[in-house]
Structures are given as structure tokens and as C-alpha cells.
Design a protein around this ligand. Structure first.
Ligand SMILES: Nc1ncnc2c1ncn2[C@@H]1O[C@H](COP(=O)(O)OP(=O)(O)OP(=O)(O)O)[C@@H](O)[C@H]1O
Ligand SMILES: [Mg+2]
Length: 383
């Protein structure tokens, strides 16, 4: 919608769509500036200072004041932030209710805890959020954390010129990101600090993060021996995987949990998984994809099994079957492939009926038999 608004077209109280970028004017009381309203050029710059604004992400604003309306060369339109427009996450399926909650949490800057079975898309979701919202993505795997200080620095020992051992602190990406985010010139650059496998680090180490996650917004920096501030432009998202097998290791205590807004995730609905795989592996026909995902879905809905079955597993089956070495015999090769890609992800052996892998193999065989019978019936009916 090209064109330009006149000053008299802009009414106080009107709600309009716009997209903000950092205000290039240094030391302005408004951090964000926009040039368009509802797709047309605004008669004056549009300014706002709300920290919920994400640069480059369209949002709705309400006009609060028109400053210097009669001066063509000066003035501004002051607006207040209403809400961001829907999150658009490229290539990711997210449950619509979870998506809405996620958007609200991101706008409010609360720490988010993604809780879902293995391979349900927690990590790709966090990356997609960062991409979509123009945030700098910082990945930090908590399973390597043993001491509280490991979040920010690791100690490395090296030999000095005299051969004496010297210990150095090596900053982690977590600390680099905090230092960067604290710089004056980065105040409008949002950072997404992703704490993966949050439940896998030592409880005592996790406690060190508590003041970073509450209103204190500080964490002890072992390199400078002082506390470093967690600025407002840093958003934490943590991920935990509490599959059945790992329920014993989900040791996050109530106080730690309480510092996050938990969001439960699950595997994609079969229809969406088929769509996702069809997009990534067009060489596999729709019927075959349906069979693969249907079997995975059955396995995922068998509560006795110790773990979930990741989308990586269904992808792996596609990778095998589309390869020229298998492409001509996809149907015949399928059981073999499922033996390794599905059964192989569970404890025990596919041919040991008392093990999880054996139970998965039984599900696979049942499902393949049913699919064959259904196909034979269909063929008979059409002949
Ligand atoms: N909802 C989804 N949308 C798009 N891709 C998905 C989704 N769920 C899973 N995948 C795909 O499955 C694979 C695994 O996803 P990801 O690594 O994000 O899972 P995770 O939940 O972080 O797993 P883990 O618990 O093992 O860390 C990726 O290839 C990803 O693209
Ligand atoms: Mg992950």
C-alpha cells in the first residue's frame, strides 16, 4: 500500500501497524524509530521506547501524541506499544496455543523453559525464534557444567616459558554474550541465551544461576571476581527433556523451576510431521511417509517404553530410503531400516522380546502387517 499519510490523517488513540528499528539519534529518550504506519509513509518519524519492541518485527502501536504538527521539518509521532504481530517461524511446526503463549512470554521478557521429549524440536524452535526476532542466538550446553563458575568461564592450564603451569580463565560464549549485551551500542540488540539440557548440570551449579534468573539479574563473574549484570536485552530460554527414562535426572528444584515460565512441547501431530518430511525428502512418496510416521506415532504413544522417538529417527529412515542404494526397493528395505533407526534407539536388541528394542520391533511388525493387509484389501476391491 504505497503513499503517504498527512498529519491530519493521524488521530490520537488510533491503533496502527508499524515496524521499528533502533533510533539512529544518539541519546534520544526513544530507543526505537519507525517510518511507516499501516504500510504508508508517516508524516513524521514514529518514536517509542518500549523494551518489548523487537527490531524488524511488525507490531501494533497506539498513537499517543503528535509533536509539532505544524512544522513540516520537525516533530514526531509518539506511540505506545500494543502487541507484536504473530511470530513467523520458518520451517517449524508449533502448536498454535503454545505459539500464542510463547509470543506473550517473549514480549514480557520472562525466562522460558521448553519442556518436551527428545527430538521434538526444542533447539530448532529456539533458533527459529532468534532468527525471526532478529536476536543474537547464543547456545550453551549445560551438561558440561560441573562448577557454578563453568557457566561463565573454564579454567585451562598451560605451561609458562619457564615450564611452570599457569591457569587461565577462558570465557564461555555465555560470558562473551553478557559482556557484549552490556555495551552501550548493543542496547537495542536483543540476545537469546539458550540453556540446553538445563536439567543435566549439577544442582549446585544451577543454583549459581538463580540470581541471574530473578529480578536480581546478576551473576558472579569469576574472571573479574565481581558480579556482572544481565541487561534487559538478554532473554533466557532453557530446554529440558524429561523423557520417561530421565525422570530421575530431572532434578530442577521448585525454586529454580519457579524462575521460568514452563512451556510443554510435544512431537508434531502426524499430519504435520508428514508435511515436514515431505518438504525435506520429496523423493519419498506420501504412502511411505504415512507408514513411517504412523509407526513412530504408535511407538511414541507406548508409555512403557523408556524414551521417546525423535523426529531425527523418522528423518533418518527417509535418508536411508531415498538413497540410490535403496530407492528401488523402499518397501522391501523398510523393516531393515526401522530395525536400526527405530529399534536401535531403545535399550536392548530388536530380537530380545523382553527389551524395549524388542517391544518396538513388535510394534513395527504389527503396523507393517496391518498396512499390508489394508493394501491387499484395497487392491482386491479395485480389481
Ligand atoms: N516441531 C518441529 N518443527 C520442525 N522441525 C522439527 C520439529 N520437531 C523436530 N524437528 C526436527 O527434528 C530434529 C530434532 O530437533 P531438535 O534438535 O530441535 O530437538 P530437541 O527437542 O532439541 O531434541 P533433544 O531433546 O534431543 O535436545 C531436527 O532436525 C528438527 O528439524
Ligand atoms: Mg535439543
Amino acid at each position: 500500500m504505497p503513499g503517504k499519510w498527512k498529519v491530519e490523517d493521524i488521530t490520537i488513540g488510533a491503533t496502527m501497524e508499524t515496524t521499528f528499528w533502533p533510533n539512529p539519534v544518539k541519546h534520544s529518550e526513544f530507543r526505537y524509530r519507525a517510518t511507516h504506519l499501516d504500510g504508508k509513509r508517516a508524516p513524521k518519524v514514529v518514536l517509542c521506547d518500549d523494551k518489548r519492541i523487537r527490531q524488524g518485527v511488525p507490531c501494533m502501536v497506539r498513537v499517543v501524541a503528535l509533536h509539532k504538527p505544524d512544522r513540516p521539518d520537525r516533530g514526531m509521532i509518539e506511540v505506545e506499544f500494543v502487541h507484536s504481530l504473530s511470530l513467523k517461524l520458518e520451517g517449524i511446526y508449533i502448536d498454535p496455543v503454545v505459539s500464542r503463549k510463547l509470543q506473550i512470554l517473549l514480549e514480557s521478557g520472562l525466562n522460558i523453559l521448553l519442556d518436551g521429549p527428545q527430538g521434538c524440536g526444542k533447539t530448532v524452535l529456539a533458533r527459529a525464534i532468534a532468527d525471526s526476532l532478529g536476536m543474537r542466538f547464543v547456545f550453551f550446553n549445560c551438561s558440561s557444567v560441573i562448577e557454578a563458575t563453568d557457566f561463565l568461564a573454564t579454567i585451562q592450564v598451560r605451561a609458562s616459558d619457564s615450564g611452570q603451569p599457569i591457569t587461565d580463565f577462558v570465557k564461555t560464549d555465555f560470558l562473551h554474550a553478557l559482556e557484549e549485551a552490556n555495551l552501550e551500542e548493543n542496547q537495542t540488540q536483543p540476545y537469546l541465551l539458550f540453556l540446553d539440557e538445563f536439567n543435566r548440570c549439577q544442582e549446585s551449579a544451577r543454583n549459581a544461576l538463580m540470581p541471574a534468573l530473578d529480578t536480581t539479574r546478576q551473576i558472579f563473574n569469576p574472571v573479574t571476581n565481581s558480579f556482572i549484570t544481565i541487561p534487559d536485552n538478554v532473554q533466557f530460554i532453557a530446554a529440558v527433556n524429561r523423557g520417561n527414562e530421565f525422570s530421575g535426572t530431572f532434578g530442577i528444584d521448585a525454586a529454580q523451576l519457579d524462575r521460568f515460565a514452563p512451556l510443554q512441547m510435544d512431537y508434531l501431530p502426524p499430519k504435520e510431521e508428514i508435511k515436514l518430511l515431505a518438504g525435506r525428502h520429496p523423493e519419498i512418496g506420501p504412502k511411505m511417509l504415512q507408514t513411517i510416521v504412523h509407526i513412530a506415532d504408535r511407538i511414541r504413544h507406548t508409555p512403557e517404553l523408556g524414551a521417546g522417538l525423535s523426529v531425527r529417527a523418522t528423518e533418518e529412515v527417509c535418508v536411508y530410503l531415498k538413497h540410490p542404494l535403496m530407492q528401488d526397493n523402499q518397501r522391501r528395505m523398510l523393516p531393515e531400516v526401522l530395525q536400526s533407526s527405530f529399534c536401535g534407539r531403545f535399550a536392548g536388541r530388536w530380537n530380545d522380546v523382553s527389551s524395549d528394542a524388542g517391544a518396538v520391533w513388535a510394534i513395527v511388525q504389527d503396523a507393517l502387517r496391518e498396512a499390508d493387509t489394508a493394501q491387499k484389501k484395497k487392491n482386491a476391491a479395485s480389481s
